[in-house]
Design a protein around this ligand. Structure first.
Ligand code: SAM
Length: 251
């Protein structure tokens, strides 16, 4: 496994976000399971289903954290018919936070892929990769934390090959008022409490809840993706809009 190092820009939000993930890195996978009741695994499985990984492809998973999306991409590519006679799919995990990447090296699913996963530190807004670097670009629960979403979307477009696809899994906005109410009660009470009890860090999880509220709605985010140059942009609500998968193609 190789680690790359890059200087990242340090404006206020970037600093804050780095602090949050430094603090939660070691408890990150456990907290995800607790907060979502394991549902984040289902959402990520839907994400990799939709990408339809193929042998020989290269995935760039940005804000990839501990690497579960990359691992799931590779295992699905390996089970495609004829995969054993074709070149293996590979993945690059890019995250601004070294601690998150490091925490992922101990995961058994990622470890099984050895050097088919490369880990690189870098900022989603100014990715340290050449134009046309990847066949597919994923970002799961990451874009919400990026300071300039539009810059990240433009850079996603740049690093994709023509014919490449962009897929973003992110928390979104519940589609009914009743769901929104239940969700608010849960997120404003249970999540900071869990953060305090399990990760000993109430503030980071408070930040998480607030950042979800501030993130653009399904339509507004789709419009941003179109603005960055992508075509056939669409989205799919998951669990009634608690999360959504947005996608687009670079032609
Ligand atoms: N994709 C993983 C998952 O679904 O479990 C990790 C998601 S985690 C909630 C968000 C990740 O975004 C963190 O690992 C954090 O370090 C990373 N991140 C935040 N801002 C970033 C940026 N500007 N560029 C790249 N990664 C960033």
């Amino acid at each position: 496994t190789s680690f790359g190092f890059r200087t990242v820009k340090t404006d206020e939000k970037a600093r804050l976000v780095r602090g949050v993930f430094d603090s939660v890195a070691s408890k990150y996978d456990l907290m995800n399971d607790l907060m979502s009741g394991g549902i984040h695994r289902v959402w990520k499985a839907v994400l990799t289903d939709r990408i339809m990984p193929r042998p020989g492809e290269h995935l760039l998973d940005v804000a990839g954290g501990t690497g579960d999306v990359a691992a799931s991409f590779l295992s699905r590519a390996d089970t495609r018919p004829g995969a054993d006679t074709k070149p293996r799919a590979t993945a690059t995990l890019c995250d601004i936070n070294f601690e998150m990447l490091k925490a992922g090296t101990t995961r058994s699913d990622a470890a099984a892929f050895g050097d088919r996963i490369t880990r690189v530190t870098g900022d989603a807004e100014t990715l340290p990769f050449a134009d046309g670097f990847a066949d597919a670009y994923t970002i799961a629960f990451g874009i919400r934390n990026v300071t300039h979403i539009d810059a990240a979307l433009r850079d996603a477009y740049r690093v994709l090959k023509p014919g490449g696809r962009f897929m973003c899994l992110e928390f979104s906005h519940p589609i009914t008022e009743t769901m929104q109410k239940i969700y608010d009660t849960y997120s404003f009470n249970v999540i900071p409490w869990l953060g305090e009890r399990v990760a000993n860090d109430r503030e980071s999880y408070q930040y998480l809840v607030e950042s979800i509220r501030r993130f653009p709605g399904q339509e507004a985010f789709a419009a941003k993706i179109k603005n960055a140059g992508f075509t056939r942009v669409k989205y799919e609500n998951l669990s009634g809009g608690i999360a959504a998968i947005h996608s687009g193609w670079r032609v």
